[in-house]
Write a protein that binds this ligand. Structure first.
Ligand code: TXA
Ligand code: MG
Length: 348
């Protein structure tokens, strides 16, 4: 009979699996990661083959605490130290000049390395017991939605991972904010729960802070279909969410609506997925809803974005990526047009 184990024993076992070159899916406060010993090229290679991720896409190295930064990065600027001190452990990833010796398999051959100290207690236990860097992307296949529950990981990667640590649902639900501090002007490469405002509070309002999406070279996160469920995602305003849904449904599609309120007069054969509460609550359930849309076999998901305020910015970023839209698209015009074009294409 298998004895019940404590979280501490689970973490000890997981650290052992990592030391032997195995892979461990583990919870963080953002999403689940798929980890391997960042000093072991063969183990890191396993991550890429499980995820089916192109080899030149760099991974984040997860550390137990800030004191390990120097083992991975060099020429660390003051801005990076200030941000690390303010937000670690937490949902912030810093891009720094890499130290020589850091594996190309981890950095994708770039001269920078991504570092993060997560705050989830199970991740913390694992990282401090392991004692060195754990390379970990989100624990999903390349291009699909990040997992926010152990069930998501099991469904998608199942037996291919040596161990899945169960830490329940992730409390934040979207990936960390990525800030490139490897050049004089820090740049936000991916928005997250730590907002531009939060970063400015620490950097000082006179410090330049650029915001530019991850470039295709340095990031798989820029692929149009990234962060997307299998359902086609259409962004709509609260006013046109029902007309849009009806247009797709009238073309025989299985349609869902992701919005704070169930639209009145919504027909029975359209599914409503609730997306309500505070912005934090919405961030926490976004990927869960995407996974639900896939379970329900929805072909189209018409979604209403939250306000562009605080963490709402990061939620909108992920929704737009899921819809394959660029950052600066006029949401209403574009969505109506794209629905019309797509419907014409499908019926022609
Ligand atoms: O919240 C998170 O960040 C989660 C948890 C598991 O920590 N991890 C995560 O990893 O989202 P991943 O691999 O799915 O996304 C990391 C992003 C990728 O778009 C990758 O290209 C980018 O970070 N990245 C990693 N190293 C980089 C580097 N040196 N320069 C630029 N971008 C980098
Ligand atoms: Mg990912």
């Amino acid at each position: 009979m298998r004895m019940p184990t404590t979280p501490r024993q689970e973490a000890e076992h997981a650290a052992e699996v990592l030391s032997k070159g195995g892979t461990v899916a583990f919870p963080t406060e953002t999403v689940y990661g798929l980890g391997a010993d960042a000093r072991n090229a063969e183990a890191v290679g396993r991550i890429f083959s499980i995820k089916k991720r192109p080899a030149d896409h760099p991974l984040i190295v997860h550390l137990a605490d800030m004191s390990q930064m120097e083992e991975w990065a060099q020429d660390i600027p003051m801005a990076a130290r200030l941000l690390a001190k303010a937000f670690w452990p937490g949902p912030l990833t810093l891009i720094l000049k890499r130290r020589s010796g850091v594996l190309d398999a981890v950095t994708g051959g770039h001269d920078t390395v991504a570092l993060r100290v997560p705050s989830h207690p199970l991740a913390q236990a694992l990282l401090s017991l392991f004692g060195d860097g754990v390379a970990a992307p989100s624990a999903n296949r390349y291009g699909s939605v990040s997992p926010t529950t152990p069930e998501h990981v099991r469904e998608e990667l199942g037996d291919e991972v040596d161990l899945i640590l169960d830490g329940g649902p992730c409390i934040l639900g979207i990936e960390s904010t990525i800030v490139d501090v490897s050049s004089p002007t820090p740049q936000i490469l991916r928005p997250g729960s730590i907002t531009e405002h939060d970063l400015r509070t620490i950097l000082g309002k006179d410090k330049d802070l650029a915001s530019s999406p991850l470039t295709p070279v340095s990031s798989p996160g820029n692929k149009p279909s990234h962060y997307a469920p299998r359902s086609r995602v259409i962004i709509a305003t609260p006013e046109d969410v029902l007309p849009q849904a009806m247009a797709w449904r009238d073309h025989g599609k299985r349609v869902g609506i992701l919005s704070p309120f169930r639209p009145p007069d919504m027909p029975e054969d359209v599914t409503w997925l609730s997306f309500s509460g505070s912005l934090q609550a919405q961030a926490k359930v976004l990927y869960q809803r995407f996974h639900e849309a896939d379970h329900l076999g929805l072909q189209v998901l018409v979604a209403v974005m939250p306000q562009d305020l605080g963490i709402g910015h990061a939620i909108r970023d992920r929704m737009q990526r899921a819809a394959g839209l660029g950052k600066n698209t006029d949401v209403k015009t574009r969505s109506l047009e794209s629905s019309k074009t797509a419907l014409t294409e499908e019926t022609s």
